[in-house]
Write a protein that binds this ligand. Structure first.
Ligand code: ZN
Length: 393
């Protein structure tokens, strides 16, 4: 009966989009099925009580242990270890505001782009304390197991959850023709069904023309950590995502819209990860969204912090960043060794606010000019490389 209801609901939702064949996040369907509005409100009220808009985060980096369950029917769905590792790197870049295209954020939103100190990595320890690479791989006999209750049951061809209080479980499994994936909200599901499900077609970097940059997982982990779609539940201006620095939004956006788009405001924030646009057109979370995700970890998913497992694939030794002259006067030269690919250099003041962002290429010796910056200490960060401090006299 439940599955019939879900399929009927999918049909209703899908019929709105079927002509376009766009990505549909299952949260649009499943939260109504599995979580009442009242329960969702209670969860939000709990976070709001701790005023998440003002929460600045944890002092040190948070590492979230991840297990990826790959359940494949067609051999093309048996994604490789390297695709999984690359997908986690994309996730980490999104959560640390170090994605290569962060410079595309429109000027009006640059001051609200957010960053967290959350890092996701494949775990090296099973719940029973055995060593692991954090990947469970299984062939299944069900072609669309991603939408089936069997997904969560090893006896029925799926893969049992790893203690979802202590691990982020990601199931990569076929969710049918229309659903790209879903992430369960805090308090939404029983522990054995808590985590994120992604269709392999949308997982990691792949050849999907619109959704091939691994941002479906970024979006779904956003839900898992308490975020809603920017437009709220309905296509009007009365529902919102409850985050202060994302403006009210009329509807979901698709494709890669021209900027700006007027709706509830003169300019809607459709380039946010929690919208539906193409992967190449979504680039950021806001400060408010980042705070809500950190609050969710602190109050609703704090078992993740108590897991002593470490990463099965530790970071490579990072190349060093050189800055000179230092101290200096508004300008310095920046270079790094062993940078493997082009990246982004971001500079923050001592309040953690971004003051300068620009692209940085392999082999660059770059002069950086900090226009209109007060004397003081600045943090210079190159995505995926490391950071250094510049003293501006
Ligand atoms: Zn969604």
């Amino acid at each position: 009966m439940l599955r019939l209801f879900i399929k009927l609901f999918i049909f209703v939702i899908v019929s709105r989009y079927v002509a376009a064949q766009h990505r549909i996040c299952g949260n649009e369907i499943f939260w109504q099925d599995r979580m009442s509005k009242e329960k969702r409100q209670l969860t939000d009220d709990l976070l709001k009580k701790h005023s998440y808009h003002n929460f600045v985060g944890f002092r040190s980096q948070i590492t979230i242990p991840v297990v990826v369950h790959v359940l494949w029917f067609d051999p093309s769905e048996d994604i490789s270890d390297s695709v999984i590792k690359e997908q986690l790197e994309i996730l980490n870049q999104a959560f640390s505001r170090s994605n290569y295209d962060i410079t595309k954020v429109p000027e009006e939103y640059k001051s609200v782009t957010g960053s967290t100190n959350i890092r996701f990595c494949l775990t090296n320890t099973t719940p029973e304390n055995y060593p692991t690479d954090g990947i469970v791989r299984k062939r299944t006999t069900e072609s669309e197991i991603g939408l089936s209750e069997n997904l969560y049951d090893s006896e029925a061809g799926g893969s049992n959850v790893w203690d979802s209080d202590r691990y982020l479980n990601i199931w990569v499994a076929n969710t049918g023709k229309f659903i790209s994936g879903f992430g369960t909200y805090p308090n939404q599901t029983p522990p054995e069904k808590t985590g994120v499900v992604i269709h392999p077609k949308y997982f990691g970097k792949n050849n999907h023309p619109e959704y091939g940059l691994g941002r479906t997982l970024v979006h779904e982990v956003g839900h898992y950590l308490g975020l809603y779609h920017l437009w709220g539940d309905d296509s009007d201006c009365t529902t919102d995502d409850g985050v202060e620095d994302t403006p009210p939004q009329l509807k979901a956006y698709r494709g890669c819209p021209d900027y700006p788009q007027a709706g509830c405001t003169e300019s809607e924030m459709f380039m946010n990860y929690m919208d539906y646009v193409d992967d190449s057109c979504m680039y950021f979370f806001t400060n408010g969204q980042c705070s809500k995700m950190l609050m969710t970890i602190k109050y609703l998913r704090n078992g993740l912090l108590e897991n002593s497992a470490v990463c099965s694939h530790p970071d490579k030794e990072l190349p060093e960043i050189k800055i000179y002259p230092n101290p200096g006067y508004s300008r310095f030269l920046l270079k790094t060794r062993n940078l493997e690919k082009d990246g982004i250099v971001s500079i923050y003041n001592n309040l953690g606010e971004p003051v300068h962002i620009e692209e940085f290429k392999v082999g660059d010796l770059r002069e950086i000019y900090l226009k209109n910056c007060l004397p003081g200490m600045y943090f210079v960060k190159i995505a995926g490389v490391g950071s250094a401090i510049f003293i501006n006299n």
